[in-house]
Design a protein around this ligand. Structure first.
Ligand code: HEC
Length: 138
């Protein structure tokens, strides 16, 4: 019986520490992501992700982010995106230039984790490995 309790406790501790590692990773990504967003994305998508006029679509509560695979969003941020796109019922037809090379795959992971977890977007974590998988060559 004692052994069983000890085992259960051990298992619970292991689970708890796995969670806290994940939480810490996410916090670090969020912090770095916010810095990248403020330095780079904000110029176009604005401070609260609300976008600007008819030119820059919102990344706040974006149905485009919600309805597309993460790999698509990663690719578009890394490689750029142009042409017609509908976001939250409004049509845009602009050009998003590729993210400058000085931002690493880890920076892309961080900024997207930040966007996915801000302003009513669906949440989740995007890792550096996800970025490498979506865009093997930069
Ligand atoms: C130079 C301005 C500019 C910058 C900087 C920029 N974007 Fe964009 N972004 C655009 C435009 C314009 C579009 C729409 C492109 C189109 O019409 O196909 C867009 C589209 C998007 C979309 C898909 C549509 C939506 O609104 O959900 C996402 C997601 C996105 N950008 C995220 C980002 C992130 C994250 C960054 C920073 C790493 C960033 N953008 C930096 C201009 C920009």
């Amino acid at each position: 019986m004692k052994k069983l309790i000890a085992g259960t406790l051990l298992a619970a501790t292991a689970v708890a520490s796995t969670f806290s590692v994940v939480a810490q990773d996410k916090n670090a990504l969020m912090k770095r992501g916010q810095a990248v967003y403020t330095e780079y994305c904000k110029t176009c998508h604005q401070a609260n992700g609300q976008g600007l006029g008819t030119v820059y679509p919102p990344v706040a509560k974006s149905d485009y982010i919600k309805n597309n695979p993460k790999a698509t969003i990663i690719k578009e941020v890394v490689k750029g995106k142009s042409g017609k796109v509908k976001v939250n019922g409004k049509e845009y037809n602009g050009v998003m230039t590729p993210i400058p090379k000085k931002y690493t795959d880890a920076d892309v992971a961080a900024v997207l984790t930040y966007v996915y977890n801000s302003w009513g977007n669906p949440g989740g974590v995007i890792t550096e490995a996800d970025v490498k998988k979506a865009v093997p060559k930069r």
